[in-house]
Write a protein that binds this ligand. Structure first.
Ligand code: MN3
Length: 202
């Protein structure tokens, strides 16, 4: 059973001006599409072919670059599209807000720490917000297409928010101004969806 690109719940231009239409189109069709087809090619005919993407990543041989990079790329972008919305932005409410305050002090402190993780990731990679059993939260970052589902990447727990800081995610609109892109991202975060993922993973 081959993996498929998830259907976007919004149009390519829906996140403008924060993420431009052309970037969304290329990012989804070419980059995410490429990870998906290369993942399928890498697992075809192997024991991995009938496993969930989470099971594949939890058990991945980190020396298997095709599965590590394309499996990570497949999973990471699925979550990334899912936690953004044209109706996003603002601040979380309810138990997610309480957990953020408890783990980081305030939403403003969370935003600073998350932006710092995204801004200081050298080269290509991702920033993450993860929840651990009991509800405590962790901010971390990973290089390339690694993610918290993989073992031993310095990042663990259930991923509930992620930000792609590869240049392909922002260069057309922001060129080298990654901090401006990171700041703009907060205008499209779908906190209702992040709260659902928090509740399901805590
Ligand atoms: Mn990407």
């Amino acid at each position: 059973m081959a993996f498929e690109l998830p259907k976007l719940s919004y149009g390519y231009d829906a996140l403008e001006p924060h993420i431009d239409s052309r970037t969304m189109e290329i990012h989804y069709e070419k980059h995410h599409g490429g990870y998906t087809s290369k993942l399928n090619a890498a697992i075809e005919g192997t024991d991995l072919a009938n496993m969930s993407i989470e099971d594949i990543l939890q058990n991945v041989d980190m020396g298997n670059a095709a599965v590590r990079n394309n499996g990570g790329g497949y999973y990471n972008h699925c979550l990334f599209w899912d936690i953004m919305s044209p109706n996003g932005g603002g601040e979380p409410e309810g138990e997610l807000a309480d957990a953020i305050n408890s783990s980081f002090g305030s939403f403003a402190d969370f935003k600073t720490q998350f932006s710092n993780a995204a801004g200081t990731r050298f080269g290509s990679g991702w920033a993450w917000l993860c929840v651990h059993e009991g509800g405590s939260l962790e901010i971390c970052s990973t290089p390339n297409q690694d993610n918290p589902v993989m073992v031993g990447v310095g990042c663990s727990g259930g991923a509930i928010l992620c930000l792609d800081v590869w240049e392909h995610a922002y260069y057309l609109n922001y060129q080298n101004r990654r901090p401006d892109y990171v700041n703009a991202f907060f205008n499209v975060v779908n906190w209702d969806r992040v709260a659902e993922l928090f509740a399901a993973n805590k």
